[in-house]
Design a protein around this ligand. Structure first.
Ligand code: UDP
Ligand code: MG
Length: 309
């Protein structure tokens, strides 16, 4: 029926490569029956441990395994993009190497593609094993995004997704530098089937994300898929104009009736500080979008390849 490309971004995952491969090839009988050939593309995102060596070991054993190695760490978004660009499959699936995206789901996912869906996506319905503070902010992020963006971004969605060639080409047509794949998937549309599963803890090693990185990533997501924050500045500007107008009338009337213009030093300082704060806040929002635009117009490559096998 065709070729299935499995794209696996890896960053310092030497302990997981072999484990992942063993889990994945458990699906071989299923795909043989379906007449689907497999191609495995490990994208090494500039790992500094033995990840590349582990993948090369697999390449010697199995000719379906390929490697794309970056010149440095470019981030998972870049790794996924590189994988999609280099995949030759009629179907493409993106999955993590730490087994948090269970390969055992693949047969079910594939069955939906056969039913005519363009993509089968996964989301975790629980976040057990994750720090509560992180879960809380993650939920807040998705709720905010729902309000300020027209692109559908599903709460708990993973990057684990099986797609047809048509959808992959649509994603590749989006050349943006600031890539927020969770949004890009929603933006391109197509008919998507969602599968839900309980969170699985990673097999070996530790997550590459900390709170700060996630916060920065969420700002990337907001600036990439919403311009509502920019509008916020205008709205606040109008609001403050009305407020100022009311205050002017109040001050004039008070002067005419009581003739006492020199009081209220405290309130004046408060107002000045408030307006100062709001101004910095709005300039900050502008700065965020300007920074993204700046990076975008530079047109730097999204990733650089050091080795390709
Ligand atoms: N990853 C990557 N580049 C990075 C960070 C992570 O290619 O800069 C890969 C990592 O090897 C893994 C996947 O992206 O296969 C998900 O990373 P991680 O498990 O750290 O994220 P989490 O599952 O905690 O969201
Ligand atoms: Mg993980």
């Amino acid at each position: 029926m065709g070729l299935l490309s499995v794209i696996v971004p890896c960053y310092n995952e030497e302990e997981n490569v072999e484990l992942f491969y063993t889990e994945l090839i458990k699906n071989d009988p299923f795909f043989a029956e379906e007449n689907v050939e497999l191609e495995l593309l490990f994208v090494d995102d500039g790992s500094r441990d033995g990840t590349v060596a582990e993948v090369k070991k697999l390449i010697q054993r199995d000719e379906r395994v390929h490697l794309l190695s970056f010149s440095r760490n470019f981030g998972k978004e870049a790794a996924m993009y590189a994988g999609l660009e280099n995949a030759g499959g009629d179907y493409v699936v993106l999955m993590d190497v730490d087994l948090q995206d269970p390969p055992s789901l693949l047969p079910e996912m594939f069955s939906y593609i056969k039913q005519g869906y363009d993509s089968v996506a996964t989301r975790r319905v629980s976040r057990k094993g994750e720090p509560p503070v992180r879960s809380f902010f993650a939920r807040m992020f998705y709720r905010l995004m729902k309000k300020i963006s027209r692109t559908e971004i599903m709460d708990g969605a993973r990057d684990y997704r099986l797609m047809t060639r048509q959808m992959v080409d649509a994603i590749l047509a989006m050349h943006e530098y600031n890539r927020f794949t969770k949004g890009i998937f929603g933006w391109v549309g197509f008919r998507t089937k969602w599968l839900e599963y309980e969170n699985v803890e990673r097999a070996k090693g530790e997550t590459k994300w900390n709170f700060w990185k996630l916060l920065v990533y969420s700002v990337d997501g907001i600036t990439a898929f919403s311009t509502v924050p920019l509008m916020l500045a205008s709205v606040m500007g109008v609001l403050f104009c009305f407020l100022a107008f009311a205050m002017i009338i109040f001050v004039i009337v008070r002067k005419l009736i009581f003739g006492d213009p020199v009081s209220g030093w405290a309130s004046q300082v408060c107002i000045m500080l408030l307006i100062g704060g709001v101004q910095f806040f709005c300039t900050g929002i502008l700065g965020q979008y300007l920074a993204k635009t700046y990076m975008e117009v530079k047109r730097r490559p999204i990733y650089l390849v050091k080795e390709k096998i």
